[in-house]
Design a protein around this ligand. Structure first.
Ligand SMILES: [Mn+2]
Length: 414
């Protein structure tokens, strides 16, 4: 223990705290001075020779109250000192360990970098003489057929830039402009491809939701429909008649496929047969009004799907409203639908064409390629507000090759 020099300086040599404490406790216990001096002479705390006189003198000349106060302070300081030095030790060890870790990591990183560098240098450089692809001189390519998906026109739906906070707008005028773009783009692309090979046949996959729908027949809000259902259908017939008639003039043969959507149903879900649908009526009237065009073939079933073969490839067409979805593109719903369709048809369709989701996309699932069409609307009130999503108004067009199936694809921006 620390020397008690500040406590007591009376005497030739300074008494230690241990000596002082021993003296005090012996005296308090009632031990007489001769015995005190003898015990102290034999004690471990002994620092000198004690006699009766020196012990008595020391005891009576000491201010014991202040001695014990100071002793307490010294002991506390000593304890704190121990804690502080322990803490310091821990900090130093931690810092040392950390530094060692950092050094090790940086050495490891250096090794990896060196390894990568050396393998880059060792990589053989491509020689000009090794690169010798020569395009085949081919003047004739096998002809292909053209497919286009036409869907989700939602004629009658109407919302302004003000309604959507400047993000999107749609009206009958917008629709007219977009269908004109579609009509012309298909022909432009076809003629561009005709520089390479012939494209004699056009398949028009009309996959529903031509009309925006009746008030109260579905979840859609009639507040954003400004044309009633009858006029929606007539507008759909007029627009499709113009497009189909024009296209049919530029192909040897046009095959029209008409599958109805969910927006065309006549009453709430389940009230009528699903085939009782404004889209289907629109297709049937279209067929009658174009009956003079004998290069058009019509495929308008009562069922919600078409299963057909084109140049040896199996196509399954449906609107897509039976596929479970929540928030955007339903990957899992589509995979499930694909396996269900495969079981029902007893065979895997090479291509599944879908509409309804208004998001252009392509997925692959166990042997099927799934092509999802965009819409005429782009973002609508529902998708912008509830899904925070605004896709571009697009429709899919592609080439079908007898051997390769679907080859090139375009998302025609409307
Ligand atoms: Mn739909």
């Amino acid at each position: 223990m620390k020397c008690a020099d500040t406590l007591h300086t009376n005497g030739s040599k300074i008494w230690t705290v241990e000596e002082m404490t021993l003296l005090h406790s012996l005296k308090i216990a009632g031990t007489p001075y001769p015995e005190i001096s003898s015990i102290m002479n034999q004690s471990e705390a002994s620092q000198r020779t004690y006699n009766e006189n020196s012990c008595q003198k020391k005891f009576s000349h000491t201010d014991w109250k202040s001695f014990f106060e100071r002793k307490k302070i010294i002991e506390q300081e000593s304890e704190n000192g121990d804690f502080e030095s322990e803490k310091e030790k821990v900090i130093t060890t931690t810092l040392d360990n950390h530094e060692r870790l950092v050094k090790r990591e940086s050495a490891r990183t250096d090794l990896i970098i060196d390894g990568i560098k050396s393998s880059i240098y060792r990589l053989p450089k491509p020689k000009h003489t090794d690169i010798n692809y020569k395009a085949k001189k081919q003047t004739k390519y096998r002809e292909e057929e053209v497919g286009i998906i036409v869907s989700d026109m939602h004629i009658g739906e109407s919302y302004t830039l003000e309604d959507t906070g400047g993000i999107s707008e749609y009206s009958y005028d917008t629709f007219q402009e977009r269908i004109k773009n579609l009509k012309e783009s298909l022909l432009e692309i076809t003629y561009r491809h005709r520089h390479m090979y012939d494209l004699p046949v056009l398949h028009v996959f009309t996959l529903g939701d031509i009309v925006a729908g009746m008030n109260d027949a579905g979840q859609w809000s009639s507040s954003y429909i400004d044309i009633d259902i009858y006029d929606q259908m007539l507008a759909g017939i007029a627009a499709l008649r113009d497009v189909i008639a024009t296209w049919s003039k530029h192909f040897k043969k046009l095959i029209f496929y008409g599958v109805y959507g969910n927006h065309g149903r006549c009453g709430k879900r389940g009230q009528e047969k699903t085939s009782t649908n404004w889209d289907r009526l629109c297709y049937d009237v279209l067929k009658v009004s174009l009956s003079d065009y004998d290069n058009i073939e019509w495929n308008i079933p009562k069922s919600w799907f078409i299963d057909t073969k084109i140049l040896g490839h199996r196509f399954y067409l449906t609107h897509g409203d039976g596929i479970r979805s929540s928030m955007g593109i339903p990957f899992y719903g589509i995979e499930k639908a694909q396996s269900g369709i495969t079981n029902l048809l007893n065979g895997i369709p090479d291509y599944i064409l879908l509409a309804h989701f208004h998001s252009p996309a392509e997925l692959h699932s166990t042997g099927s390629s799934i092509l999802m069409n965009g819409s005429f609307l782009g973002g609508d009130m529902y998708s912008i507000r509830d899904l925070r999503k605004c896709d571009k108004p697009e429709q899919k067009m592609f080439g079908i090759h007898p051997k390769k199936g679907i080859t090139w694809k375009y998302d025609i921006k409307l």
